[in-house]
Design a protein around this ligand. Sequence first.
Ligand SMILES: [Zn+2]
Ligand SMILES: [Zn+2]
Length: 317
Amino acid sequence: MLATHLENRRVEVRNVRRPQRPTGFALIRLLVGGICNTDLELQRGYYAFRGTPGHEFVGEVVDADSAGLLARRVVGEINLACRKCEWCRKGLGRHCPTRTVLGISGHPGAFREFLTLPETNLHVVPDSISNEAAVFVEPLAAACEILDQADIPDGSSIAVLGDGKLGLLIAQMLKAGGKDVHLYGRHKNKLRIAERAGVEVGAVKRKPPSNTYDWVVEATGSADGFRQAVQMTRARGTIFLKSTVHGAAHVDMATVVVNELTLVGSRCGRFEPALALLQSRKVDVTDMISDTMPLAQAKRAFARAAEPGVLKVLLQG
Ligand SMILES: [Zn+2]
Ligand SMILES: [Zn+2]
């Protein structure tokens, strides 16, 4: 079968043996995979990654212990947890200290014709959600995590910094949740996607307002975003940090202390609210697809995804 291989910043497609399915796991045929910024960071050399990347996918179960999963379309949570430790017992396998992570650490990813995941990680995709939308469940779940982490009153004014893939999903998700959302970004075409969803947009060039928001989401993917988020937040406000920026962030911590800001790191989320948002069509992701290429052209797809201004690039299994 075909499998994407990433090593020393190079992406290639290899012919490898089909993976064995351990007990409790499902064997899944890839339908569509989505290239995310994390994949591009792996390519840039973070986490010393070597192997098959890919953690955003929708696939079809071809073998499993549970007969009910056979031939079903599924998406999968990316953390493979021990299911025994304190975190796992609390239902927070996403923080299990001995977890492996699909396509990121310790478990080969989804950019291959067949992949394996524990059956307990899988969610069946309702028929009304297309493959091209279902592939967004994982990043949309990460967006939804914000509302699991804080009680944001309805009608609250929230600023989202960054009009990349995640920023757009977060802005749409918050809007669907009844918030007053202001998205700040650099790209007219991307801001327009949020605007169509009823989000107020502003160009970041015209300096975003300082001391204005009680709630700010930082999703720029750049170290400078954090500094900007601190400036925009009112005293006692909360900043959600969504960018996994590597290295030191240069920010005046005195402002954080004096203004008594709350910083909330935010990563993966539950899949249920994301599936519900796609099913109700309250979040529309079709505008966010820049390109679709066959798995065999993964190398070209990675290059395309790294071009400036490009949103989601999909790989067809
Ligand atoms: Zn991702
Ligand atoms: Zn655990």
